[in-house]
Structure formats: C-alpha cells, structure tokens
Design a protein around this ligand. Structure first.
Ligand code: ADP
Length: 577
C-alpha cells in the first residue's frame, strides 16, 4: 500500500503485527522458534511488543521448550516455525505436549495461499498433519480472523485436559497490510473454570479411604500442574497417608517428607488395597494398574479433570471428576467435619519402611564403591550432595534418568522435567532452556540442572549454543557411558573396530568412547569439565554451582557397562541389554 493511500485510509498493520498483538493480549510471554521464510517478521513483531523470542537450533527443541513453559507457568508458550520441514520437526514437541497434557501453541508459516496445490516452496498439508498431534488445528481465513483464532487456540490449549494447538499462517498473510481499525483484538481468555467433584462421590471416596488397611496416595504431574501442593500436603499430614510421587509428581510434597514411600515403590504399588490417584494415568508408568504389579482387588479412587480418563484399564471404586486442587479441598473439608487419620502403628508402615531401608542400603552400598570408572549411584550421590534444594532438575536418558530419579531429590512442585509420558529422548536441553528463561524473570537465583545420558544429550546438543547466547547459567551434567543403555571402553572399542567395517560389526548401542562433550560448551564460551573420579566430580560441581552467570557442562565418565541395581520386576528394563 502506498504511503499516500495509508494516509488517506488511516494507519495500517501487518499480519505479523496482528499475530504478535493477539499473542500479547492472551498473555503469551515466550516464543521459541527457528525463523526463516515466512515467519521472521512474526518474531520481530513479537519482540517489539516485549514478548521474549528465543531462537533455537532445531524446531524440535523449540517445541519442547515452548511446551515446558506451559507446564511451568500455566500459560502456553509459543513455538514459531517455518513451513514444511520446519513444521514437521515441531510435530515431536506437539505430540509430546499432548501426551503430557501440557498447553502449547505452535504457529507455522505455510506457503502462500495463491500457490496452493502448485508445488509451492515447502508446501505441505500442515493443518491436516497437525490434527493427530493437537486438540485444535486451524488456519484463519483472513488477517481479521487472527485474534479470534489465537484466543480460541490459547483457550483450547488450557481448558479441560490441556494440550497442543496449531495455528497455520500462510506466508502472504504475514506481510499483508490491512487497516489497523479493521482488527478487533480479543480480551485475554478467562483462566480455566475450576470444576469440583460430585459431593456424594467425595463422601463415598472418604469412606473407602477410611476403611483402607493399606492405603497409598499417588501424586502425578496433573497434581503438579493444578498447583495442588498445599492441599495435597495437608491431606497427607491430616490423614497420615503414605504417598508415592510419579516421576514428575516429585516435589509436590517434598521427597524427604516422612510419609514419602518412593524408595519402596514396587512394594507399595503391589500391596496397597486402596489407591488415591491424583492426576496420574494408569498407563505404562504405573504399570496399567494391573496384576502382578497391583492387587487384583485394589480399590482405586481416581481423580482427573478428563472424564474419558476415568476407568481406563481399571474400573475405579470411585471416580471423582474435577480439578485436583478443588477435589483435594473437598476431601479435606470432609475430613474436617469427620476427622480420620491412618494409624501410625499400622503394619503397612512397617512393611514399607523395611523395604525402603533395604533399598536405600543397596543404593548406598553401590554409591560407596571406590572402583573406577564410577557407577551411576556414585555419580548421583555426589550430585545430590551439592544440588541446591530449590533447583529445577531436568533429566533424560535410560539408566541416567531412572537411577537419577531415585537418588536426586525434589523438594518443590514443578521442579522436575523429564522424558515424560511419551518417553521422549531429546527434550532435555529445550526443557532446561525454558526453565531457565522462566526463572530469569521470576527467580534469577534459581539454578537449572540438566542431567543427561550421553545418548540423550546428542539429540539436541547444539542447543548449548542457545544456552550460551542467552547467558543461561544452566549446569549440564552428561553421564557418559559411551552408549545407549551401555557402551564399551576404548580398548574394547578398538578390538571391535578390528573385526570389520563399523556399520557391520559395532553393536548398535555403542557410541564413540570417551567423547569430550564438554568441549561443545567451551566452544561457545561456557565452562567444560571432563571428570573421571569422585574428587574431580566434586570439584567440578562446586566450581560450576558457585558460578552464577556462566553455563557449564560436566562430562562424567562412568563404567560403560554400569547398570541398575537388581529389580524385582523387569518390565520396562527388559530392553537394557
Ligand atoms: P504422570 O506422568 O505423573 O503419571 P499423567 O500425565 O499420566 O501423570 O497424568 C496426568 C493426568 O492429570 C491426566 O490424566 C490429566 O487429565 C490430569 N490433569 C491435568 N490437569 C489436571 C487438573 N488441573 N486437575 C485434575 N486432573 C488434571
């Protein structure tokens, strides 16, 4: 539009500016992305309005980061990507967000609408492609419709069971100018309405709990997302209930609370006669709620915001449909009127405590082994010794994540991020960047510690550059066993390579031995440490944690064949060769 016309018709605004303003009016704070044709202008417009833009090195990591913002803040982060392959790379993060029930908005540029079906640059049926990975997948029909569509996407991502939403923006819409007066911005959508459970069902649940001989409360990441920490802690303490957090439910009630029975997880699940399930699904993480991991007659009191979830795999004794925080308050209210407390002298406590003691002793024994290279338990023992109590722990890998979870403690809610429901490897650095960006404004002293297996680190290792570019004082610990599950030491690897062409003879789990991952950090100006002994590890941890402004990477060499301590059940560890 010529400047003369603009002067005649009043000020104009571009599609990019409308997107940015619509996002700001929905209180979006963070955009993560990889720019290019046709979305660069959207990132520029967002920055002009005070929205933080973090340029990532791969769309997958960008979508993981944006989804973690949604979990941590309760408002969706945005992932901004280019057309075709850019959008396809972001599908991983959409799927992961949906599986985790986290809000996320993905905005994808797409090819110009007048070239549709002509073989345009990066043309792809993006709206259709995203349907399987989202709650809503739409393209506004005009610039004027953008605020309406963005409000709907943000609201849909947050209401009911949270999840991912996709908004498609054809390239020609980004730079098109329209009369500013023709755009009507929407008010910020209301916070999700809080729903409570049927009061008679709450009374039935309370009486099932009071009659339990071996009760167990399971705290999932839905409870963390609903900010139910104060009420759940009151319920645990008022009723004296043993509790077990799921991986990301850790910290809703601190791991060192006397009622936490995480160290006797298998036994608690196997023998509980009444389970109160707060914001966790009976999926693979909880072994489907079925024998032999559970009693066949276990009574489940299931609390969830999603009606369709109730009854999945096991018919609950009582189904409480509602927000965890609100339903927990209802239970508390019931127990205020009719007080009840589980006996401190019940045999169940003895059973659990005895198992906790023996498991903790076995871990301690492994942690105290002096042989080199170190094992997982020794490494995590030293890390746990030095981690600040309020740090956010991000973790991924196979043994690294599973063993790390049992040793590294969480004391605050929403302070653990990991591979999650989808078991996604590659989330670590994106999550850590998101957590550090959120902390930067709200609590700049908070440390983010990202504990990665060497294989998991490889999925998004180049995001170290993003970390250094944004001066995020993240501490990355790579627990390096030279492989996936297990690897080989340098001598064995040399022997293997003599057997023939590597692609024909090397075990598929193996990675190059003694890789100096810490040099990726030093390449971009951060601090790197290569450690092989407990002493070196202690020193590297001390120095990195004292350093408040510079990112560090500690590459910890461990025994390549190190594994977990003996497990009662081999489900989900069966692939560990
Ligand atoms: P975990 O991985 O910790 O086992 P899941 O992701 O399997 O947890 O389960 C989380 C559950 O929490 C989902 O079924 C989801 O519908 C539910 N949820 C999410 N937010 C809320 C909320 N505010 N109130 C109740 N349930 C919620």
């Amino acid at each position: 539009m010529s400047s003369r016309r603009a002067a005649e018709d009043g000020p104009t605004v571009s599609g990019a500016e409308v997107i940015a303003r619509a996002l700001r009016s929905q209180r979006v704070e963070f955009v993560f992305g990889v720019v290019g044709i046709p979305v660069t202008e959207v990132a520029v417009a967002a920055q002009a309005l005070g929205i933080r833009y973090v340029g990532m090195r791969n769309e997958q990591a960008a979508s993981y980061a944006a989804s973690a913002v949604g979990y941590l803040t309760g408002r969706p982060g945005v992932c901004l990507v280019v057309s075709g392959p850019g959008l396809i790379h972001a599908l991983g993060g959409m799927a992961n967000a949906n599986m985790n029930c986290w809000p996320l908005i993905v905005i994808g540029g797409s090819s110009d609408s007048n070239q549709e079906m002509m073989g345009a640059f990066q043309e792809f049926p993006q709206v259709e492609a995203c349907r399987l990975y989202s709650k809503l997948s739409v393209r506004p029909h005009s610039i004027e419709a953008i605020p309406f569509i963005i409000e709907k996407a943000v609201r849909t991502s947050l209401y009911g069971r949270p999840g991912a939403c996709y908004v498609d923006i054809p390239g020609d819409m980004v730079n098109l100018q329209v009369k500013a007066s023709s755009i009507k911005y929407m008010e910020c959508c209301m916070a999700p309405p809080v729903n409570m459970a049927d009061t008679s069902a709450v009374s039935v649940a309370a009486s099932v709990i009071s009659n339990a001989r071996q009760p167990l409360l399971i705290i999932g990441k839905g409870a963390a997302y609903s900010h139910a920490e104060d009420n759940i802690r009151k319920l645990v303490e008022q009723c004296n209930l043993p509790f077990l957090p799921t991986p990301m439910g850790k910290g809703v009630v601190p791991d060192d609370h006397p009622n936490c029975v995480a160290a006797a997880r298998s036994r608690a699940l196997q023998h509980a006669d009444v389970i109160i399930l707060l914001g966790a699904r009976l999926n693979w993480i909880l072994h489907f709620g079925l024998p032999p991991r559970y009693r066949a007659d276990v009574q489940i009191i299931q609390v969830d915001i999603c009606a369709e979830e109730l009854g999945n795999n096991v018919k609950p004794a009582v189904a409480l449909l509602g927000d965890i925080n609100a339903v927990t308050a209802q239970l508390l209210e019931h127990y205020q009127k009719s007080p009840w407390q589980y006996s401190c002298n019940a045999e169940w406590w003895e059973v659990l405590k005895e198992k906790m003691k023996s498991n903790e002793e076995a871990s301690k024994e492994l942690a105290s082994q002096k042989s080199l290279p170190m094992n997982y338990y020794t490494v995590f023992y030293h890390v746990q010794e030095q981690l600040p109590r309020d740090c956010i722990i991000v973790s991924e890998g196979a043994n690294t994540m599973d063993i790390g979870r049992t040793v590294l403690k969480n004391y605050l809610p929403r302070h653990r991020l990991d591979a999650g429901t989808f078991g996604t490897m590659g989330v670590g650095l994106g999550f850590a960047i998101a957590a550090a960006m959120v902390a930067k404004d709200r609590n700049p002293e908070k440390r983010v510690v990202c504990v990665e297996g060497d294989s998991a680190f490889g999925f998004s290792g180049m995001e170290v550059e993003t970390i250094c570019r944004h001066n995020l004082p993240i501490l990355l610990i790579v627990v390096n066993n030279n492989g996936i599950y297990q690897g080989f030491d340098a001598d064995t690897w040399k022997e293997i390579t003599k057997l023939g062409e590597i692609s024909k003879v090397a075990p598929p789990v193996s990675l190059l031995p003694n890789s100096h991952y810490e040099q990726i950090m030093t390449a971009f100006g951060g601090k790197g440490y290569f450690v092989q002994t407990p002493g070196e590890l202690q020193k590297a941890l001390e120095t990195s944690l004292a350093e408040k402004t510079v990112p560090s990477l500690i590459n910890v060499m461990i025994e390549p064949q190190a594994s977990r301590k003996k497990q009662d059940f081999h489900w989900l560890t069966r692939s560990n060769m």
